[in-house]
Design a protein around this ligand. Structure first.
Ligand code: AHM
Ligand code: MG
Length: 334
């Protein structure tokens, strides 16, 4: 009988860790805690249509946007798992105004800080479209044991130790990088574990899919408008397809596998765009680059080199197949 080799997320991380003789295993424990929370959130997302947890929570988050019940639930679940795990000293979250300090006896000597968007694409919750969790892992700069400060959490994306996202789609997957390429694991709910399904993902160098909110066309800069015009008017072998779910994780994931570009540009009413540097842009930029793609602000600047000055800072985003990012930038520079 032939048995296919099955690699679980835990085995994969233990294996990666064994290649670093000095590794303490703390990062593996962070992944253990993220994995646990992901399974709980997955359960809640899957039953969202069955129980009364859909719909608005009745409050607004620090961005002034309506908070859904599931956003709150996911935020609490990730916080709880990372706190109980004991290897995270602070969290910044799209759903929290300030740093969430974790000062329990268990966590006080830990060095890792997590930045997360616990449930991205939340406008899609009520319509049963794919949503996701996005996370980054940083090491604090100040010595362990003391209070975590703004310098610890406002680090450039180039300092990320790991980043990933969980997509709650037709299947649930976790996709991450620790700086050694990008791998995706699919949840096998029959055994309750994530199994390696897409090893060493590479973004195609060029693609045919462009993802942008067409409704903001009139408010985009002229360079991005020209690029959109170029994609719309393409003919024959240069035919492009517009694909936009409005859920970054889902739009990004499709483009990474098939080849494409995801864009959220600055607009006349939002000069820094919509997406948040710490919670959305940096983790996705790290994954993009690790998969051979390009992630910029559209003016040649690498997203991961932006110096954050605020937890909830926003920035324009152009990421995906490198040839497509270069192309749109050539229109912006014209
Ligand atoms: P959220 O974090 O409040 O869910 O907002 C982020 C989402 C992204 O997933 C998506 O790419 C973008 O907002 C869509 O915005 P828009 O509806 O303006 O196109
Ligand atoms: Mg978000």
């Amino acid at each position: 009988m032939r048995i296919n080799k099955v690699i679980s997320l835990s085995q994969f991380i233990a294996d990666q860790q064994s290649k670093f003789p000095g590794a303490t295993g703390d990062l593996s424990k962070i992944f253990r805690d993220i994995k646990f929370a992901a399974k709980i959130v997955n359960r809640d997302v899957r039953k969202a249509g069955l129980v009364d947890i859909l719909g608005a929570h009745g409050t607004v988050n620090v961005q002034g946007e309506e908070v859904k019940k599931l956003d709150m639930i996911a935020n609490e679940e990730f916080k709880s798992s990372l706190t109980l795990g004991g290897d995270c000293c602070a969290i910044i979250s799209e759903e929290e105004e300030d740093i969430h300090h974790i000062e329990t006896t268990l966590n006080q000597d830990s060095k890792y800080i997590i930045a997360m968007d616990p449930l991205d694409g939340s406008s899609n919750i009520d319509v049963n479209a794919s949503i996701g969790t996005i996370f980054s892992v940083y090491q604090r700069i100040t010595p362990v044991g003391g209070p975590v400060n703004m310098d610890d959490v406002l680090q450039k994306g180039t300092n990320q130790v790991a980043a990933g996202y969980i997509i709650y789609g037709s299947s649930t997957m976790i996709i991450f990088t620790t700086g050694q390429g990008v791998n995706a694991f699919t949840l096998d709910s029959s055994i309750g574990d994530f199994l390696l399904s897409h090893p060493d993902i590479q973004i195609p160098k060029d693609g045919k899919i462009y993802s942008i909110n067409d409704g903001i066309y009139d408010r985009m800069g002229p360079g991005v408008q020209k690029y959109v015009d170029y994609c719309r008017n393409s003919i024959d072998k240069e035919t492009y397809s517009a694909r936009y779910i409005g859920s970054m994780v889902a739009d990004f994931h499709r483009n990474m596998l098939k080849g494409g570009i995801f864009m959220y540009p600055s607009t006349t009413d939002a000069p820094n765009g919509k997406l948040r540097l710490m919670f959305e842009s940096n983790p996705m930029a790290f994954i993009t680059e690790q998969a051979g793609g390009k992630a910029t602000t559209g003016d040649g600047k690498r997203i991961m080199e932006l110096q954050p000055t605020k937890i909830h800072q926003r920035n324009p985003v152009f990421m995906g197949s490198p040839d497509m990012v270069n192309k749109v930038e050539s229109f912006i520079y014209k």
